[in-house]
Design a protein around this ligand. Structure first.
Ligand code: ZN
Length: 309
């Protein structure tokens, strides 16, 4: 039996499926990866840009960098790997390839929202306009045009590093998603002067504090709503119980040697579950995985799961 057939068979009998995703999932959408070849942190300093201390020391530089990344994320389109994984969140779709599936979760380290946007597009089905009520004399929306929603596994996507579009207050608890681009005129002008991520993370523009994004609730300085190095990722308790229950773990686009993917996959295996690794580059712990698939996940996943492509 070849490994694709063996994997599909194991997947078919699994009940609690979890996907651990990293930057490789979004690479084909043009979002740069971090540490591997061409990775963003090769030319930029994570400690100067992605820590609470960095923001404290130079909020302008940190905002420039995150604002540039936001703009790139807003321009990015989901790829076919996002599609396959998003369809797994729909019980009717997942059961085509895993008939006994009882739960599905995507634990993603990505902040680009592409998985969430893909799933939302699948879940919200536009009701077809009914001819009898399409033209109401009052101009009110006919009630039967209310969008229908496809059933979805509950809380199926956990963005452990937050979404990059969240703007969080540094003083109060206020946090909101804001996809306005630019977020403020000063950051828009800064964006226009950057040719690439390295520019955005190194050019000293020195935007005054008053011209950086402010909290809509209290007016204090706001920060990007992502989780930085040294901060606690979101949903750790939920993730622990998901991993504890999982009998099938797909590690997609993240090195299986880097925490937390390595610990989660190991824990699934330790209680008898299977682990499948999907990555461009080999990594040390691949040999511990039950299945390893090399190549871009945007082509490997649709070929393994044509039912979900
Ligand atoms: Zn506030």
């Amino acid at each position: 039996m070849d490994s694709a057939t063996a994997f599909r068979e194991a997947f078919r009998s699994s009940k609690h499926i979890v996907v651990i995703a990293g930057a490789g999932l979004s690479a084909a959408s043009g979002i740069p990866t971090f540490r591997d070849g061409g990775g963003m942190w090769r030319s930029l300093s994570a400690t100067a840009l992605a820590t609470p201390e960095a923001f404290e020391a130079n909020p302008s530089l940190v905002w420039q960098f995150y604002h540039y990344r936001r703009t790139k994320c807003l321009e990015a389109k989901p790829n076919s790997a996002h599609q396959v994984v998003a369809k797994m969140s729909l019980p009717a779709q997942l059961r085509k390839v895993a008939p006994e599936a009882k739960s599905f979760h995507l634990i993603t380290q990505n902040v680009d929202r592409l998985s969430v946007d893909t799933l939302n597009a699948l879940v919200n089905v536009e009701a077809s306009p009914s001819s009898s009520t399409a033209d109401t004399p009052t101009g009110d929306k006919p009630t039967d045009k209310k969008p229908q929603k496809r059933p979805v596994f509950p809380n199926s996507i956990l963005e452990m590093h937050g979404p990059i579009f969240d703007v969080r207050c540094t003083a109060c608890d206020h946090c909101e998603e804001d996809r306005t681009d630019p977020l403020c005129p000063a950051l828009g002008a800064a964006n226009a002067s950057f040719a690439n991520y390295t520019d955005a993370g190194t050019k000293e523009i020195n935007i005054p504090l008053a011209d950086l994004p402010r909290c809509r609730a209290c007016g204090a300085l706001a920060r990007p709503g992502v989780v930085w190095f040294g901060e606690k990722p979101y949903y750790l308790d939920e993730i622990n119980s998901i991993v504890y229950k999982a009998d099938m773990c797909l590690v997609i686009g993240t090195s299986s040697t880097v925490r937390p993917a390595s610990t989660y996959a190991y824990r699934v295996q330790r209680h008898g579950g299977k682990v499948a690794v999907f990555n461009l580059d080999p990594s040390e712990k691949d040999e511990q995985a039950d299945f390893v698939f090399r190549g871009g996940c945007e082509s490997v996943l649709p070929s393994l799961f044509p039912e979900l492509a």
